[in-house]
Design a binder for this molecule. Sequence first.
Ligand code: GDP
Ligand code: ZN
Length: 455
Amino acid sequence: MSDTIAAIATAPGPSAIGVVRLSGPDTCTVLDRVFRPKNGRPMSRQEPRRLVLGDVLDRDGQVIDSALAVLFPGPGSYTGQDCGELQCHGSPVVLDAALAAMLAAGARQAKGGEFTRRAFLNGRMDLLQAEAVADLIDAETAQAAHNAVGQLEGVLSRTVAEIYDGLMAIVSRFYAVVDYPDEDIGDLQREDMLDTLRRAENRLEELLATFSRGKLLKLGVPTVILGRPNVGKSSLLNALLGYDRAIVTDVAGTTRDTVEEKVRVGHVLLRLCDTAGIHQTEDAVEKIGVERARAAARQASLALLVLDGSTPLTDADREAMDLARQAPNLLVAVNKSDLPRAVDIGRLADEFDNMVSLSARSGEGVSVLCDAIGAMYPAGEGRPGELLTNARQADAVSRALASVRSARSALDIGMTPDVVLTDAEAALEALGELNGKHIRDDLIQTIFSRFCVGK
Ligand code: GDP
Ligand code: ZN
C-alpha cells in the first residue's frame, strides 16, 4: 500500500470520456508531472474533490489532451489513501499516453481489483461491500443492480453485524463463566442466550434462503427450450434474442449441440439453452445432443416447451412434455400461430397451466410469452441488498448456521459452557469470513483477482 497505483478505469475503445485513476501517497506528485492546471497551482494546493481544467502531458512533456483533474485526499477517499483522477477525452491513445506518463512519474500499473482491495484493507468497506462493487459493475438487469447497490450501501453488512454482535455477547458472558466456575449462569441468562441464538438461527436461515434468488438474479434463470425437431425452438430462441445466433434450417435435427445465450426478458435475465430435438435416433452425434437435453432439463429452473400448433401432436411431442415436467417451472409455447391450427388448444390448456400461443416467425405472441415469464419470476421479492449472490457468501452463512444450531441445542440440553462456547466461536469465525473481518490473505487474493483492472 506504500506505492502509488494507476490504471485506466473506463472500458477500452473510443468514448466521450475516459478516466485514469490513481491511489497512493505519491498521487499529488505524479499528477503534477502529467497534468498542468490552467490556474497554475500544483495539485496539492488545489481544492479537494473539485475538478480543475488543464493540459495532460505525455512522457515527453508534450500536451496530449485538455482535460479535468480531481484530487480526493485520504483518508476520506474511496481507497482511504490520496486518490486522483484524470477525466480525459476517451481516446485509447490519449488514455494510454496519460497512463504511461504516470508510470514514468513513479506510479505502478494497478492489478485487477487493487483499488477496491485497498479500500477493503483500509476499512473503507467490508468484504460484502467489496463484492457488491463487482456485482454492480457486472449487473445485467436493473434488479441485479438494485441488489448490488443495496449491498454496497451496507444492508447485508448490517444484518451480519447484528448477528455477530449478539453472538459476541454470548461468547463474552460464557468466558466469564469458564474463567470463574463459581459464577453459574442463571436461568434468566440462559433463556436470554437461547433467545439470541434462536434469533440468529432465524436470520441466518432467511439469509441462506435468499441465495437461490440471488443466484438467478446474478447468473440468470437457467432455462431450457425443449421440443421435438422442427417445432421452432431455434426460431423462438432467435426471436427472443432479436438476432440470429443459432442456425435455423428445415432439416430435422440440425441443431446438434446445445447453445447457451443470455437474454433479458423484461426484468428477468434468462440463461437460455437450445437443445437438439428430443426424439429417438440412431445417429451417434444426435444422441449426445439428446442426452445433453435431458441433463439440461434436470438442471433448469424453467422449461420452455415448444409445440408445433400446425401439425397434430406426435409421440416425440409427448416425450418432450414428460421431460419438460421435470423442471420446476414450465411454460408451453404453441408455435406457428401464423399457420392453420391442427392441435386442440383447449385440451392443451387443461393440461398445462402456463401456455402461450405464438409465432416465432412473425413475432406475434412473443411479448405475451415474455410477460408470462416475468410473472413466473416476480421482481422485488426480498429487500434489495440482502440477497446473497455468490457461493462464498452462501457457504459462510451455512457454516455459521450449522454452528449456531449446534450451540443452541447444546445450551438447550444443558451441555457444559465450553461446548456452547466452541460452537458460538465457530459461528463467529464463519461470519468473520463472510464480511472479511477474519479472513485468510490467500482468500482475499483470490477474491480480488477476479475483479477487473481499474476497479
Ligand atoms: P427446431 O428444430 O425446433 O429448432 O426448429 P427451427 O427453429 O429450426 O424451425 C423449423 C422450421 O419451422 C423452420 O423452417 C422454421 O422457419 C419454421 N418455423 C419456425 N417457427 C415458425 C413459425 O412461427 N411459423 C412458421 N410458419 N414456421 C416456423
Ligand atoms: Zn433447432
